[in-house]
Write a protein that binds this ligand. Structure first.
Ligand code: TYD
Length: 148
């Protein structure tokens, strides 16, 4: 696992992606397939569910990992921070995905009852890819040299 800050992205790179939806009188179907519309190689899928009211998830960043978060049921709020800028996203529809990449601190709050947070991840689980200390994270990001 490389510890390379040059992969770090900014909050402005973390975008909402509209997922293709097929709707008819029987309901809705959303699909994600290789490179469309999410341009990461998906190596792992996990989901958060039965999150108690008031509980918070996340509270970390990653060195290398890209992730896509989707609220496939209910809603929750994702707070992102790149050390300089922060932004919050309400995910409340199964046809919206939020892309998060390396160097982004994330916290997930305000889970509604019966919410499910589906996560598509670009790498297998690897604890050494986590940055779990917020002060260390801020120091890493603030120590980055300007790009030009
Ligand atoms: P963590 O990523 O910290 O959860 P969250 O960001 O949702 O709060 O993971 C919680 C625990 O689960 C931690 O002990 C690592 C473990 N875990 C795995 O074993 N495999 C996985 O794919 C993930 C995402 C976590």
């Amino acid at each position: 696992m490389s510890i390379s800050q040059n992969k770090f992205i900014n909050v402005s790179d973390c975008t909402i992606i509209d997922l293709p939806k097929v709707s008819d009188s029987r309901g809705n179907l959303v699909f994600i397939q290789k490179n469309s519309p999410i341009n990461i190689d998906i190596k792992r899928v996990y989901y958060l569910y039965d999150v108690p009211s008031g509980a918070e998830r996340g509270g970390h960043a990653h060195y290398d990992l890209y992730q896509v978060l989707i609220s496939i049921s209910g809603s929750f709020t994702v707070h992102l921070n790149d050390g300089f800028e922060s932004k919050s996203f309400l995910l409340n529809r199964p046809d919206l995905a939020l892309l998060i990449g390396p160097g982004i601190w994330r916290e997930i709050t305000d889970f509604s009852s019966n919410s499910i947070c589906l996560v598509l991840a670009s790498e297998l689980y690897c604890e050494s890819d986590y940055i779990r200390d917020f002060n260390y994270f801020m120091q890493l990001r603030r120590d980055e040299k300007p790009q030009n």
